[in-house]
Design a protein around this ligand. Structure first.
Ligand SMILES: Cc1cc2nc3c(=O)[nH]c(=O)nc-3n(C[C@H](O)[C@H](O)[C@H](O)COP(=O)(O)OP(=O)(O)OC[C@H]3O[C@@H](n4cnc5c(N)ncnc54)[C@H](O)[C@@H]3O)c2cc1C
Length: 381
């Protein structure tokens, strides 16, 4: 293990790997990524890997659009010898109440204003897009054909391979246990395999970002919560887009291999690091999917699992600098950090290098929690 680095990134999920790649691509030498387990062992390897631009706040729209633009040519840009399996078959967001439909109509105007090709669709058109959709319980829908999904393991691998070729070193099965400070400045990252001298540390620790913040004396406004998900047996291709409803609490997508992958949130979960699977999830998920997409209810479940959402009070990420000089944040993705990863990588690398950000992300700095200027995202599961 190196005993000195220019930047130490804590977390080998998609965010940490994307930040490492962007730093190295901008010419930064001696970048190190540390993970207590293996690459993608956190939320990244447990996620639904859907990517959408249909958001209700301008920041999320811009970040998601920038990321989807990147994914479109990522195999080539990253020089990947595989395929990240980007399929752009759209997201169909369905509204089941009048107020939700009103919000969707506002969102589409906002999305269109930043160049996103979403549109409001009638229930008839929604049924053309997904023929077995139960429109009896719906008021309307919106559709964006360039939304889609990817393979999260291959995306992370593509960033990892590209970063490695540019000289980044990755230390897996290595736990960061502390950060040594002197006069308020970072001196060293302490791990169970040895120490690394550095002045710059990135907290990309996903569900453990709060604990990593405590290592430099920060009380970060994030918490972790288990979100469950399941996958069915594979069947012939019948559904293109992701179908998502915030009020019914469901997202459901058919993967290229034919399995359906679906999940929902649960307001009764208590915060913590538990990522267990429960029969209650299976029960509620089956009821919801059978109501909205009836034939899917007949499929057999092959596997279910849980993973950590790292959540902020306004359901938006926290990016960049904070009160501790040299300590950078890429945390609090609140269930949408996979689809933001390309822009996370770029924006956080720009902040570390003191460059002007490609998108003004000042609204997503940690300062918003001091000023009370929260930036609430309405479109989350
Ligand atoms: C069920 C589920 C479905 C989801 N679906 C979607 C979706 O469809 N679309 C989407 O965009 N997002 C989705 N998400 C959210 C997405 O998975 C996350 O926002 C994203 O993967 C976060 O990536 P990350 O790299 O920031 O964190 P992680 O992938 O969690 O990586 C953090 C890493 O830090 C490491 N670490 C932590 N502490 C330490 C330490 N002390 N020392 C060393 N290493 C440490 C961990 O081992 C981990 O590998 C979903 C999440 C879940 C759980």
């Amino acid at each position: 293990m190196k005993n000195k680095a220019s930047v130490v990134i804590i977390g080998g999920g998609v965010s940490g790997c994307a930040i490492a790649y962007n730093l190295a691509q901008k010419g930064v030498k001696d970048v190190v990524v540390i993970d207590k387990s293996y690459l993608t062992s956190g939320a990244t390897g447990r996620c639904g890997a859907g990517v959408r631009q249909q958001w209700g706040t301008e920041m999320n729209c811009r970040i998601a659009k920038g990321s989807i633009d990147f994914f479109e040519t990522a195999n080539e840009t990253l020089g990947y010898n595989g395929d990240i399996e980007f399929k752009q078959e759209g997201y169909l967001l369905v509204a089941s109440t009048d107020s939700e439909l009103e919000q969707f109509e506002k969102n589409v105007k906002l999305q269109n204003s930043v160049g996103i090709q979403s549109r409001v669709v009638s229930l008839d058109e929604a049924r053309e897009i997904v023929p077995y959709l139960n429109t009896d319980i719906l008021k309307g829908a919106t559709f964006c054909p360039t939304d889609g999904h990817l393979n999260p393991f291959l995306v992370t691998d593509a960033y990892f391979q590209a970063a490695k070729r540019l000289g980044v070193e990755f230390y897996m099965n290595t736990t960061v246990t502390g950060v040594e400070m002197e006069n308020g400045l970072i001196k060293k990252v302490i791990t169970d395999k040895g120490d690394i001298e550095t002045e710059k540390v990135v907290n990309a620790a996903g569900g453990y970002s709060r604990e990593v913040g405590e290592m430099v004396g920060l009380d970060l406004p994030v918490f972790s919560e288990n979100h469950e998900i399941l996958v069915t047996e594979p069947v012939e291709k019948v559904q293109g887009p992701m179908v998502m409803s915030f009020s019914l609490n469901i997202y459901c997508q058919q993967t290229p291999h034919g399995s359906f992958i679906m999940g929902r949130g649960d307001k009764e979960k208590t915060p913590g690091h538990n990522v267990e699977s429960t029969w209650q999830f299976l029960d509620k998920m089956a009821l919801t999917v059978t109501e909205l997409l009836p034939p899917i209810g007949d499929l057999r479940v092959v596997r279910q699992w849980g993973g950590s959402y790292n959540i902020t009070p306004d359901k938006q990420p926290i990016y960049g600098t904070c009160d501790v000089p040299g300590f950078y944040l890429a945390i609090g993705f609140s269930g949408h950090g996979f689809m933001f990863a390309p822009m996370t990588g770029l924006l956080v690398a720009e902040q570390i290098l003191g460059e002007e950000n490609t998108i003004d992300i000042s609204k997503l700095s940690i300062n918003r929690f001091k000023t009370g200027d929260l930036y609430l995202e309405p479109s989350v599961v």
